[in-house]
Design a binder for this molecule. Structure first.
Ligand SMILES: [Zn+2]
Length: 260
């Protein structure tokens, strides 16, 4: 054993694993402290059947009625007004407070061990979607962003999920980001959507296109991202994937922005 390996082992031994959010000692690497756990707002039924928006704002009685009415098409106002391009989206917890801290630690810190907890929560929230999934695709980062951040956090999650479901195809190359952030200023809603779609592409060079067809054509594809914000990115990706032949495009994220 060289000195560095010995030193690293010693440090591991001396320093207990710490919560990625609060820094307090926890039992095992990747765990979060009880305080953070208590503050997380996990998303449970009832929620919008299309985009997964939690209906927490309903009165308790209405919420119970909604849960008891399984056949009811529960849709949020946004989905009623503008049905999303993706077929269904689910998220594990609300992106605020501890949930937001956790995602930021995952995104900007080197807290890669958080991937285990995030994967498990995402599997729980997305059980119904994962049952139908053939192909897993992470939302790509533009290579300039990838260079700055060193890793694509969505790809980490998607790969961890793929390891849990060996029957699925993991296809990180099936979708590319062609522009970092498309300029949206002065564009109408429709133009913005079109503009956003042009930020993504299924690669067209011969070999990858052939493999893209194999992983997309008539397949149920699930997109993986870290946060569901407005749904615009997921919609743009879904449009491109459907154009390339995907049958259904679902979306799964650990966190979800919910405007109160
Ligand atoms: Zn909705």
């Amino acid at each position: 054993m060289n000195a560095r390996a010995f030193f690293s082992k010693t440090v591991d031994f001396i320093l207990p694993p710490r919560c990625a959010v609060t820094g307090t000692p926890v039992d095992a690497p990747g765990m979060i402290s009880a305080d953070v756990w208590a503050q997380m707002r996990f998303i449970d039924a009832p929620f919008c059947r299309l985009c997964g928006l939690p209906f927490d704002f309903l009165e308790a009685e209405d919420a119970e009625d909604a849960e008891n009415t399984e056949d009811m098409e529960m849709l949020c106002g946004a989905c009623l007004d503008n049905p999303p391009v993706f077929d269904r989206a689910r998220s594990a917890f609300v992106y605020q407070g501890a949930g937001r801290d956790l995602i930021l630690a995952f995104k900007h810190g080197d807290r890669l061990h958080l991937v285990r907890a995030l994967t498990q929560w995402t599997m729980r929230a997305g059980a119904e979607i994962l049952e139908k999934t053939d192909t897993l695709i992470p939302v790509p980062l533009h290579r300039r962003r990838l260079w700055q951040r060193r890793y694509n956090q969505s790809a980490l999650l998607a790969r961890a999920l793929a390891e849990k479901y060996p029957q699925m195809i993991y296809a990180p190359e099936a979708l590319r980001r062609t522009r970092a952030t498309p300029p949206q200023k002065g564009l109408s809603r429709k133009e913005r959507q079109k503009n956003m779609r042009r930020a993504f592409a299924v690669p067209e060079t011969a070999a990858p296109a052939a493999s893209a067809a194999a992983v997309l054509k008539d397949k149920n594809v699930t997109l993986i991202d870290d946060v569901f914000t407005s749904g615009a990115t997921l919609n743009a990706c879904a449009a491109v994937l459907k154009k390339a032949g995907a049958q259904n495009v679902f979306a799964l994220t650990p966190a979800r922005v919910v405007l109160e």
